[in-house]
Write a protein that binds this ligand. Structure first.
Ligand code: MG
Length: 217
């Protein structure tokens, strides 16, 4: 049987959701979001999905609604202190997400509010941790892994090295912010894509804007 595929036309509107993911702040093209929604349903049944980098929950909502439809649990992992480029003075800093008491970034309240409004707390499990620490205690297998965490070479490489081995055959790996041309963006995510393809364990099934989608052989 040929593997399931994403819809050809990602413009087709999704079902009505209690909380529109497009109203959530974040960095995701609507077609990337729709692809994640469908991917969460295509992935092998019964096993959970893992998102690395929740931020305020935009992609989490797309994935979460897809997972709920597939009766799958989505774990979404973030330390919620913002990545390097989201710190004060950096390109992607949002002053509204700075906690005045700690003077640190804090995206957790926003994620929680969005998950509550989305009515997704029965399907989505937020994990507040650094990726390396969470991976140490994670013994299970994954049907879907979405890597959208720290975009430094060190962070991206750690996420790949620790989490990709947990992905089952025929499971999906999605990588965000893949820019083959350095003029378009940082180069860490595209190195993950090249690594996956070079190792021969994955085939790329789609590229939607900066979202690369691969299937494990
Ligand atoms: Mg991203």
């Amino acid at each position: 049987m040929p593997p399931p595929t994403l819809p050809e036309n990602l413009q087709i509107p999704l079902p009505h959701f209690p909380h529109d993911p497009e109203s959530v702040r974040g960095f995701l093209h609507p077609n990337e979001g729709r692809a994640l929604y469908h991917l969460a349903q295509l992935a092998p049944p019964e096993l959970p999905a893992m998102e690395i980098g929740s931020y305020c929950g935009k992609s989490t909502l797309y994935l979460g609604y897809g997972c709920r439809h597939a009766e799958r649990i989505l774990y979404t992992l973030d330390h919620h202190r913002g990545s390097e480029e989201q710190q004060p003075g950096e390109e992607f800093h949002d002053p509204e997400l700075l906690d005045p008491r700690s003077e640190q970034m804090d995206t957790l309240p926003e994620l929680r509010r969005n998950l509550e409004q989305a009515q997704l707390l029965d399907s989505v499990v937020p994990m507040i941790a650094r990726s390396r620490v969470a991976a140490q205690g994670w013994g299970g297998l994954l049907a879907l892994l979405f890597i959208d965490g720290g975009h430094s070479f060190a962070d991206a490489s750690t996420d790949y090295r620790l989490w990709v081995p947990k992905l089952v055959p025929e499971g999906y790996l999605a990588i965000h912010d893949v820019f083959p041309n350095p003029k378009d963006g940082g180069q860490a995510p595209v190195t993950l894509l090249r690594r996956a393809l070079t190792a021969g364990e994955f085939e790329q099934i789609a590229q939607i804007h900066s979202l690369a989608i691969l299937r494990r052989r």
